[in-house]
Design a protein. Structure first.
Length: 76
């Protein structure tokens, strides 16, 4: 699994666990729906600002998201 795919899976899972649509996440985070969609499809990596905004919207620490990504991506 690539880093992009790992972030895509973690962000989408966290959004669904928080019971948020992409539209509501956009409102809460200030990140456009298009950008959220690109991230969830693995086409973009979130910036640190975006990751922090998502973590606030999900009400979980940003480092928890990063730890989940780290569990998924292959070790080199």
């Amino acid at each position: 699994m690539t880093l992009n795919e790992a972030f895509a899976k973690v962000i989408k899972t966290a959004r669904k666990d928080a019971d948020l649509t992409q539209e509501v996440l956009s409102e809460k985070s200030g990140v456009s729906v298009d950008t959220i969609s690109f991230i969830e499809r693995g086409e973009y990596l979130p910036s640190m600002n975006t990751l922090y905004a998502f973590s606030k919207a999900f009400k979980i620490p940003a480092n928890q998201l990063i730890q989940e990504v780290d569990k998924l991506k292959p070790k080199t």
